[in-house]
Design a protein around this ligand. Structure first.
Ligand SMILES: Cc1cc2nc3c(=O)[nH]c(=O)nc-3n(C[C@H](O)[C@H](O)[C@H](O)COP(=O)(O)OP(=O)(O)OC[C@H]3O[C@@H](n4cnc5c(N)ncnc54)[C@H](O)[C@@H]3O)c2cc1C
Length: 520
């Protein structure tokens, strides 16, 4: 390693170019702070650059856009404002008097003593151990996602996904899109723990969910060849005799994240234990300042949540830094902070996220008909109308802005369920591709004598062709009836969420929600 050299003046050093770090850098720079962002990856965006799905949140969080493009936009915005960004640069340590020691790609080490530091180092994946867990083929969901979405290598052909938080659900869906078979999702709790709309995408593709189960062992000689799951009782003891064996080559662990506190601890920041936020995290005040004056934290490091919250926490930290450096006055800063905190409160309001025990990603028709986005039967019979099957309060609103007729509204905050003004809906279907949860469908009851059409999002290849006759499937991937493809709408504004319209017998309008293309 070469001799470390000292870098010039920096007001704010941001460690981590994820949404938290970039959100802070953009805000602080706008307020006149001289900012340097470093990240050990070769792309900006932290976790975002692996995320190929459309994000939740609101317009302020760039909701409805795919994660990687949000990362690129944040980077462009930061650069256009004059933020200096050094990728491939790892912070190795924090020395005395806030001196930062970092290494660049060429092995050159640099010292720096910024006036303020924001640690936005994200989270780290947790794992569980079981017989066979050291076999090649047992990997974490983050590793699977990096292989699949960055390196373009499928980690395996037949995959057992352990964990049904959002990470397990999203990575499971992306593995399916990449062509792997996800044989099952396994969840120790008695219900799916991630968003039901994410689970719905896998269920429609026919992936079974075993709640109240864990992985008992993985077996194989040079790598995973099989995995056994087993039921758990109420005290999480394994119930002998309930084993189920899957023929798989990969076991993917998505069992949670914890804040990446390495640098914060090295700096001496006090940590607190908050199990609902991922475990130990740096203690911080409402301005995101840690126990050490001038050292701020934001994003997953400050508690595992989401990119939208990470972005706003970063903006809050960036504002706090600007005040502490006297770049803006207190009253201006307080009004900025109030609006950011208001958004954060809203994002955290998802009160009814948890479903009933044993919920496995498929709502009954009876429950669906009670949600405010499901039109009445009389309205359905009048002609084309959308059907919003969104039954869980999560922070998400792109459906509202995607409707050109204002037919979809939310209640007073972003976690409310969408309400459909069914008589205002013109059946244009613009909201189908706009819904990140893929929970909006369209029914045209009066297609022809005894026939209706159903339209749905379909993000798998190969796409069907108009005129094909394929199997129409229900919310759990079960065959319902043969259907004919009427339309494949893959326009640019759908942003790679094709909308497929099929013709079905009228009796199946509440069942058919996807298709299965036969192999070969
Ligand atoms: C599979 C998956 C799907 C997700 N889907 C969604 C979603 O749909 N919607 C949503 O809102 N959120 C989603 N999230 C969550 C979201 O990605 C994270 O909450 C968010 O990225 C956290 O932002 P962050 O800036 O705190 O950390 P990160 O995005 O993790 O960024 C931290 C950065 O710091 C860098 N770093 C760490 N240590 C150092 C060091 N010593 N030196 C230099 N650099 C360092 C890391 O390499 C990384 O680039 C998902 C996460 C995963 C894993």
């Amino acid at each position: 390693m070469k001799q470390a050299s000292f870098m010039g003046d920096v007001d704010l050093l941001v460690v981590g170019a994820g949404p938290a770090g970039l959100g802070a850098a953009i805000t602080a720079r706008r307020l006149g702070v001289n900012v340097l962002v470093v990240d050990d990856q070769d792309r900006p965006g932290g976790q975002l650059f692996k995320q190929i799905h459309k994000f939740f949140g609101s317009k302020e969080h760039m909701a409805g856009r795919r994660g990687f493009s949000i990362g690129l936009d944040l980077l462009a915005e930061a650069e256009s404002l004059g933020v200096t960004i050094r990728l491939n640069t790892k912070v190795l340590g924090v020395l005395e008097n806030r001196v930062i020691w970092m290494m660049e790609r060429d092995g050159k080490t640099v010292l720096l003593q910024p006036k303020r530091i924001l640690l936005a180092t994200g989270g780290m994946e947790k794992a569980i151990s079981f017989p066979g867990w050291t076999l090649p083929g047992v990997i974490t969901a983050g590793a699977a996602q990096t292989m699949c979405n960055i390196e373009r290598v499928l980690p395996g052909r037949k995959i057992l996904m352990v964990g049904t938080g959002n990470v397990g659900l999203i990575v499971g869906y992306q593995l399916l899109q990449a062509g792997a078979e996800v044989v099952a999702l396994v969840e120790g709790a008695d219900r799916i723990s991630g968003y039901s709309v994410h689970a719905g995408k896998l269920r429609r593709a026919g992936v079974p969910v075993f709640t109240g189960y864990t992985v008992k062992q993985a077996a194989g000689t040079v790598g995973v060849e099989a995995a056994e799951i087993i039921a758990l009782d109420n005290d999480w003891n394994q119930v002998a005799g309930t084993e189920i064996t899957f023929d798989v080559d990969t076991v993917c662990l998505a069992v949670g994240l914890s804040p990446n506190t390495l640098l914060a601890r090295m700096h001496g920041c006090s940590v607190v234990y908050k199990p609902d936020l991922g475990g130990f995290l740096p203690d911080h005040d409402e301005n995101m300042e840690s126990s050490i004056h001038g050292v701020y934290v934001a994003g997953d490091l400050a508690g595992i949540e989401e990119a939208s919250t990470a972005l706003d926490e970063g903006r809050l930290a960036g504002t706090s830094v600007a005040v502490s450096l006297k770049m803006i006055g207190n009253s201006e800063a307080e009004s900025m902070k109030r609006s950011i905190r208001g958004r954060l409160d809203n994002l955290r309001k998802s009160s009814s996220r948890r479903e009933e025990p044993g919920f496995n990603g498929v709502y009954s028709l009876q429950r669906m008909k009670q949600v405010p986005g499901y039109p009445a039967e009389e309205r359905i019979k009048k002609g084309a109308v959308v059907v919003i099957e969104c039954a869980q309060e999560i922070p998400c609103d792109p459906c509202v802005s995607s409707c050109p007729f204002g037919a979809i509204t939310l209640g007073p905050d972003i976690t409310r369920l969408p309400v459909l003004a069914e008589d205002e809906c013109k059946g244009c279907g613009m909201c189908i591709a706009g819904c990140p949860g893929q929970a909006i469908f369209m029914i045209d009851y009066n297609l022809a004598e005894g026939k209706a059409s159903v339209a749905f999002p379909y993000e798998f290849l190969p796409l069907p062709r108009v005129g094909d006759r394929v199997t129409g499937t229900d919310k759990s991937g079960k065959a319902v009836a043969e259907v004919e493809i009427l339309k494949v709408d893959n326009r640019k504004s759908n942003d790679r969420t094709p909308v497929i319209t099929v013709s079905v017998d009228r009796e199946f309008i509440h069942q058919v929600r996807s298709i299965r293309m036969e192999e070969g």
